[in-house]
Ligand binder design. Sequence first.
Ligand code: NDP
Length: 406
Amino acid sequence: MAKVIIIGAGGVGGVVAHKCAQLPEVFSDILLASRTEAKCKAIAEQIGRPIRTAQVDADNVAELTALLEKEQPELVINVALPYQDLSIMDACLNAGVNYLDTANYEPPDTARFEYHWQWAYRERFEQAGLTALLGSGFDPGATNMFTAYLAKHYFDEIEELDIIDVNGGDHGYPFATNFNPEINIREVSAECRHWEGGQFVTTPPMSKMARFECPDEVGSYNIYRMYHEELESLAKHFPSLKRAQFWMSFGDSYLKHLEVLGNVGMTGIEPVEYNGVEVVPIQFLAKLLPDPSTLGPRTKGKTCIGCIVRGRKDGQEKVMYLYNICDHEACYAEVQSQAISYTTGVPAMIGAKMILEGHWKRPGVWNMEQCDPDPFMADMNQYGLSWQVVELDPGFRLDVRKGAEL
Ligand code: NDP
């Protein structure tokens, strides 16, 4: 039984609050805190069990430290934005609280998703006897676990990894993002980096595309290779990997809008002066787009996210595919949110449970794949994200349609 503070009351924060509230034997006292307390209260009203709310600016280390010292929670679940990761880690160190997030730190002025800023906290968390768990969402998060689970149970050595994230959902808007628009667009418009032959190789955004047939009649989709943050930690923690790539599905309408918005400068992150006011184009664009937390009631279809791993077992080449399929409408019926927030929020709750129950309680700063995947994977099946594992033919290759080189 433990007290937790959830920071951030967006799409993901709502799901984490719902899922933690479903387990009072683990999360006995829940405080949902965010910049806008009204959003916390609106989520609290949806939940059958009383949860408390608070206003906090997580960029302000002193203000957050004071809240943590007053409340003395066991753990902070950070589902605010990646910009707040370091200030929340600082406040956790000040107040002696364990830490978990779902996305790595990103400086507001450069679109770079890198772990080194947070890995640099390792000694301080070790010395304080506190656990910090990084990237406990779906990707990163469940995908790190899928890779670790396959490596542990099916292979002697893993050599190639393809993480494939398909969202077959339709919200009916010509252009909207499924999670925070600013973070989403920064991620998608960044240059692609993938792991190949012991180094990261850079290619232009969206320059490699394949056609992927999802299992269980989810459908066939165009998937584009892009950089995603779990590649950095997985390449480091599985040194036998010769290649690791991340792929995401995008519809033609989404890509066309993004191309036009990029061409006219609307996705820029540098401030522009307009009528004496400094405007960051991507932030203005985010203001105009539908709020991701309102997409739930409109979204139909399924997500299919998984890992294809090639490696060796007893000298034989082998290919395994581990995946989860999640239905947008079923998620909405359960927690009033679409599947993107759901697939992020459930692993955040499970990661928190792993720390609070002691399975993953170790001083230091950890990526998911450094922890034992078994209790996490068992909880995925129990708490709404059941998964399947299948063996593919060793001759299996992704059906690359564009950018065959590298
Ligand atoms: P939203 O934009 O919907 O919500 C973010 C919340 O954080 C809002 O409630 C916002 O407050 C709050 N917030 C922002 N700044 C501060 C601050 N300084 N102090 C306190 N609260 C603040 O985002 P999502 O819910 O879609 O995403 C949440 C996180 O989850 C992001 O870090 C995102 O990158 C990550 N994510 C991870 C995924 C994964 O699979 N690993 C997938 C999807 C998302 P306000 O309401 O006032 O704006």
